[in-house]
Design a binder for this molecule. Structure first.
Ligand code: MRU
Length: 351
């Protein structure tokens, strides 16, 4: 499985996904500004991966701070945290990661500034390791939805590249294959920046998982012919009512699934579930550079001066979602409130 990001000798090393699949190149980020640049420019992308990158960026940013007292140190860290949060607005994972670091610092003041600096590095590494474990659990819980011989459609990239490793949407697929089931993946190319084509197809091929690439507009035709058994996608932020915010085109896919009776599953680590936000319509949707639409691989494909809209994400209303597979259980969208209860039990209902 391909390595997305790691902390090496006080530097954040990330695979530059903007160059895949043509070039496998790792970028070394020696300061937090460079990490923020990497998140903005999609060198690293995918909600869990940018959460981890933000934590790592903040951890290396903290090492530069000259302060003796906790209050001084904590205050000096705020601009580092806010730089990370400002990179991309839609995925909740960056805020989740930063809030986790804030809470940890406040609970361990007694370690002193030196101890806290070391703790931040450890915690960023923990987040990476935990993320892989969380995804494996999503795989263990989600594997029951994939039968031998199934064809699974996915959108964008919610695989190893989008996470610490193993992926979220790919987790049940990987788990099914590990259990000896035959599974075929259909990857939507995912306009405008082709995460399905450049990333999902590439990573699955690296791991020997059968994959067929289609244009986004081909999904309906395949479903109509009965060629798709189920859909599994990731999420950048899922709201308390079960509305799922994910890569633009996810909504279209979900509506097609409903029309054709294809189950539509969302693989969501709890770090991507935002119970503080009531509905998907309240989630800020990132609008990206129009050139992502008009220029492909350096080649202009649209008339100069054309009006462009480029929302990077959309909202799939909860009514289209069959179930949300988290590491803490599988939930109907309307059951997400159960995540507030402890201990959380996996729903026993069938989906
Ligand atoms: O713009 P991107 O490539 O960061 O968008 C990524 C997605 O939409 C993924 O589906 C989502 O982050 C979930 S990744 C496990």
């Amino acid at each position: 499985m391909v390595k997305t990001i790691e902390l090496v000798d006080g530097k954040v090393v990330m695979l530059d996904q903007s160059r895949l699949p043509l070039e496998v190149r790792y970028v070394e980020c020696a300061d937090y500004h460079k990490v923020a640049e990497g998140i903005k420019k999609l060198w690293i992308r995918g909600a869990p991966a940018i959460g981890i990158a933000a934590a790592m960026g903040a951890a290396i940013g903290a090492q530069e701070i000259k302060a003796d007292r906790f209050e001084e140190f904590y205050e000096a860290l705020e601009p580092v945290f806010s730089t990370m949060i400002a990179t991309r607005p839609t995925a909740v994972n960056i805020e989740w990661a930063v809030n986790r670091l804030r809470k940890l610092l406040k609970s361990k003041k007694e370690l002193g500034v030196g101890g806290l600096k070391a703790l931040l590095i450890d915690e960023a590494n923990n987040m990476l390791a935990e993320d892989i474990e969380v995804n494996r659990e999503i795989g263990r819980l989600g594997v029951r939805f994939i039968r031998d011989g199934d064809t699974v459609i996915t959108h964008c990239n919610a695989g190893s590249l989008a996470t610490g490793g193993y992926g979220t949407a790919t987790a049940p697929i990987r788990a099914a294959i590990e259990r000896g089931r035959k599974v075929h993946v259909i990857a939507d190319e995912t306009r405008p920046v082709f995460q399905g084509c450049r990333l999902t197809a590439w990573e699955l091929m690296q791991d020997g998982i059968p994959v067929t690439l289609i244009t986004d507009s081909a999904a309906g035709a395949l479903m109509r012919k009965g060629e798709i058994s189920l859909a599994i996608v990731g999420t950048d932020r899922t709201a308390a009512n079960g509305d799922v915010v994910n890569k633009i085109g996810t909504y279209t896919l979900a509506v097609l699934c409903k029309e054709h009776g294809v189950p539509f599953y969302v693989a969501a680590p709890t770090s991507s579930i935002d119970l503080s936000i009531a509905t998907g319509d309240l989630v800020p949707i990132e609008e990206r550079d129009p050139e992502e639409v008009t220029v492909v691989s350096g080649c202009r494909i649209a008339p100069e001066g054309v009006n462009v809209r480029n929302p990077a994400f959309d909202v799939t209303p909860a009514k289209y979602v069959t179930a949300i597979i988290t590491e803490k259980g599988v939930f109907k969208p309307e059951e997400l409130h159960k995540l507030k209860e402890s201990p959380v039990r996996s729903s026993t209902r069938s989906f």
